[in-house]
Each structure stands twice: as structure tokens, then as C-alpha cells.
Design a protein. Structure first.
Length: 336
């Protein structure tokens, strides 16, 4: 094969095809034919040349041919990009019927809550969704035999030590490890639990947890913060009750119930016909939790609380079923 003649022939062919290109697909075909197929043939022939002098000369010709192809194909791509841009963009057109999106109800409710917490001196701390067992359970005084560690309740990843966080308390543990009290934080985010979907539950939901640690913190401070939160969201007319409960990471612990706004305490499906809905879990931080992050439990004391934003949105927007939060009905969102 006479490589020099072959290159000249292919150059001529390329230029003929170059002037006929009308779309991007033809540019891709041209690129494949010459930069891929023909260059492979040339490099194969180059290997068969035994003379170093001839190999050097032919190699230079092939390289010049390659640069010629690349520059022209690049020019084609640029010319077509500019052509499409200027053809499709008409600055004389102005459309009045532009659809403007709205904030998701969960986002709106969270922003309202965030502003309330900030007004009470809290700051916002974010954290990991894929978490280690020690931050999700161990440092929160949740022992190995606790049912929350079962596969039926927690999504584990790869190994028993890595999981999708089941609460944002893990964020609080990491915050305490990196900061000396006083601490006033909320930790919002997505959490995951092995739940069946029903009017009040989903396997993935949004949670907001709070933590306050210092030297002079009492249960009265906890009550004041949570009552202020719920009254600011739902209004002064709602009834709130604290009742004893159990959480491994707090002692004493309290569940906070709110009168059902859907039925006004008469009983309905949302409140399981009790007239009350549990909206928060709370309590004084267990000494074992404080010790696990290196705090002196004799010096520092604190409280923690957590709420499901989805559940609260169900009540706040009077939706009736938590599934509506995920249906992306923009007409409904505009009404809320």
C-alpha cells in the first residue's frame, strides 16, 4: 500500500463529505469513518514498515492527517452548535404562560418550624444518611438486644455495622463529639425504617430532632420549647399533654400528644378514635449518652426531642392520608 497516496485519497473523500454534512449524526458517522476506521488501517500499515527512516516519515504524515481530521470535525461541531442555537433562540418571543412551581408542603412546614427554633436560640445541623451502628444505636444507649436493631426494623447496608439512619439522633451524637456545651441544635433530615405504608406511616420520612445541653437545663425548659413550637404551628386553641414514655436515650422520657384537629377530639381514623395524636417523643438526655461522647454527666444535663415532619404535615394541612404528600399534585400544593 502506498500510504501517502492513501492519505491524499482519504483527504479528498473527507472534504467531499465535509461539504455535504447536514446534521449531528452525519458528523458522528464521519468521525467514526475517518478518525476511527481509516486511522486504524494506517497504524496497522505503519507497524509493517521495517525502515526506521521511512517509519518516521510515514508516522509524521499519519499524524498530520489525524490533526487535519480532528480540526475539521471540531469546526463542524462548533458550526452546527452555533447554527442550532441561533435558529432556536428568538429574543422577540415572550411567553406569558410560564408555569411557576411552588414549594412542597413539607418544605414550607419545615421552614416555618426552623424559624420558630431559630427564634428560640437553636441552630441547624445536618448529617449523614448512611450511618455507622455506633452513632445510630450504641452511643444512644440502645443495647445489642434492643428490637430496633432487628432487620425487621432497620435497613442495613453491606454489613451489620452500616445502615440507613433510623433517626437524626446520630447527628446530635456527632455534634456533641465535636463541641463543648452549651449546645442548642436541631437536626432535620430523611430517615428510614422498615414500616408498612398506611395513612400515618411510610418507610422513608422526614424527621426533625432537637438537643439542648448545658449546666442548668431542666424538664421545664423542655416543656416550654415544645409547647411554644406546637402553639406557634397549630394555634393557641390546641390542647397538649405530656405523658410518661420510654426511650433508651432519655430518662425520664415523655411522649407529647396533641388534640386531634381533624375531629376536635371526637375520634376519627387519623387519631385511632382516641381524640389525641402523638406528635413528639422527648426526655432528658440519659447520662450514658453524655458519657459516650466524653461529657461529664455530673456537670452537664440536657434534653432531646424528635418529631416526624410527615406526620405533622398530615395534621397541619388536614390531608387525611400521608400518601398525598408524595403524589405531587401541584394544584393541591397551591391550595395549601
Amino acid at each position: 500500500m502506498n500510504i501517502k497516496n492513501f492519505i491524499e485519497q482519504k483527504k479528498q473523500e473527507f472534504l467531499e463529505n465535509f461539504n455535504k454534512i447536514s446534521n449531528f449524526q452525519e458528523i458522528k458517522d464521519l468521525n467514526f469513518k475517518y478518525l476511527n476506521k481509516n486511522l486504524k488501517i494506517l497504524y496497522f500499515e505503519l507497524k509493517n514498515i521495517t525502515s526506521n527512516k521511512e517509519k518516521k516519515e510515514v508516522g509524521k504524515l499519519i499524524n498530520e492527517f489525524k490533526i487535519f481530521l480532528e480540526q475539521n470535525i471540531l469546526k463542524l461541531k462548533k458550526d452546527f452548535s452555533d447554527k442550532i442555537y441561533f435558529e432556536n433562540y428568538d429574543i422577540s418571543i415572550f411567553k406569558n404562560n410560564i408555569n411557576i412551581g411552588v414549594l412542597h408542603p413539607l418544605t414550607k412546614l419545615y421552614k416555618k418550624m426552623e424559624n420558630i427554633f431559630i427564634s428560640m436560640g437553636f441552630s441547624v445541623t445536618q448529617g449523614l444518611e448512611i450511618e455507622l451502628d455506633k452513632y445510630n444505636f450504641e452511643k444512644l444507649n440502645i443495647p445489642k438486644y434492643h428490637p430496633a436493631r432487628d432487620m425487621q426494623d432497620t435497613f442495613y447496608i453491606l454489613s451489620p455495622n452500616i445502615l440507613l439512619r433510623s433517626h437524626t439522633s446520630s447527628v446530635q451524637i456527632r455534634a456533641m463529639e465535636n463541641k463543648i456545651p452549651p449546645i442548642n441544635i436541631i437536626s432535620p433530615g430523611t430517615v428510614y425504617r422498615v414500616d408498612d405504608i398506611d395513612p400515618q406511616h411510610t418507610p422513608m420520612f422526614y424527621q426533625v430532632e432537637g438537643l439542648m445541653v448545658g449546666e442548668d437545663i431542666s424538664f421545664a425548659n423542655l416543656k416550654a420549647v415544645l409547647i411554644n413550637l406546637l402553639k406557634n404551628i397549630f394555634g393557641d386553641e390546641i390542647e397538649i399533654r405530656f405523658r410518661p414514655s420510654y426511650y433508651p436515650y432519655t430518662e425520664p422520657s415523655a411522649a407529647i400528644d396533641m388534640s386531634c384537629a381533624k375531629c376536635n377530639k371526637k375520634g376519627c381514623r387519623i387519631c385511632n378514635y382516641s381524640g389525641w395524636i402523638t406528635v413528639l417523643g422527648s426526655g432528658m438526655v440519659h447520662p450514658n449518652v453524655l458519657k459516650s461522647v466524653g461529657y461529664n454527666s455530673e456537670k452537664y444535663i440536657g434534653f432531646a426531642f424528635g418529631l416526624g415532619l410527615n406526620r405533622l404535615a398530615l395534621l397541619y394541612y388536614n390531608l387525611g392520608n400521608i400518601k398525598k404528600i408524595y403524589e405531587n399534585d401541584i394544584n393541591l400544593w397551591r391550595q395549601l
